[in-house]
Design a binder for this molecule. Sequence first.
Ligand SMILES: CC(C)(COP(=O)(O)OP(=O)(O)OC[C@H]1O[C@@H](n2cnc3c(N)ncnc32)[C@H](O)[C@@H]1OP(=O)(O)O)[C@@H](O)C(=O)NCCC(=O)NCCS
Length: 175
Amino acid sequence: MRYGLIQTWRRGAFEISTDPKRLPLPRVHALLAATYWAEAIPLAVVRRALKHSLNFGLYDTSHSGDAVLTGFARIISDYATFAYVCDVVIAPEHRGQRLGSWLMECILAHPQLQQLRRWYLATLDAQPLYAQFGFIPVPEPERHMEIRRPGLYRDAEFISRWLAARGEAQPDAHD
Ligand SMILES: CC(C)(COP(=O)(O)OP(=O)(O)OC[C@H]1O[C@@H](n2cnc3c(N)ncnc32)[C@H](O)[C@@H]1OP(=O)(O)O)[C@@H](O)C(=O)NCCC(=O)NCCS
């Protein structure tokens, strides 16, 4: 991994780490599959998305044994001009404790994400979370365009086409 990307922050029993080796893929998948934007996302898609992102895992270390992943966010960036914040999620039982705010604070403090020209994100209703850090609604929406495919993961043929486009075989049953 690129020098300087792995960082750790600690607050009480919670830890935020960008170390990809610590991330439990099935738990990230479970958190994301329960969100409104990634409902039914296949495991293979999450695996590939994580592989090509800077991932922020939020861990609860108060239990004996392994730390429990209680939050997650990932950044897609060129590390020079632009960063896209996506898949921000805190486990339901930990919401409302400012952990989402702390996660955003750490993301914006990451040494490899400084002095970027633009940060971008999309949200249905969590604007107050991001507004604290200076995010504003797009002032000139007519200058922004997108291709959007809602409901993609519910398409019965989607995963076959997705895998075929990448030259990959059908996943195992657990995928
Ligand atoms: C959105 C989410 C990440 C926020 O995490 P959190 O730890 O509960 O947030 P915080 O406690 O740090 O909240 C910070 C502020 O944002 C506000 N806020 C957080 N989530 C909000 C939401 N969904 N709608 C409106 N306001 C929200 C809080 O009320 C709080 O405001 P305050 O400072 O006036 O009290 C979490 O609720 C979550 O995982 N939700 C489901 C997934 C989701 O919607 N993710 C965001 C996708 S863009």
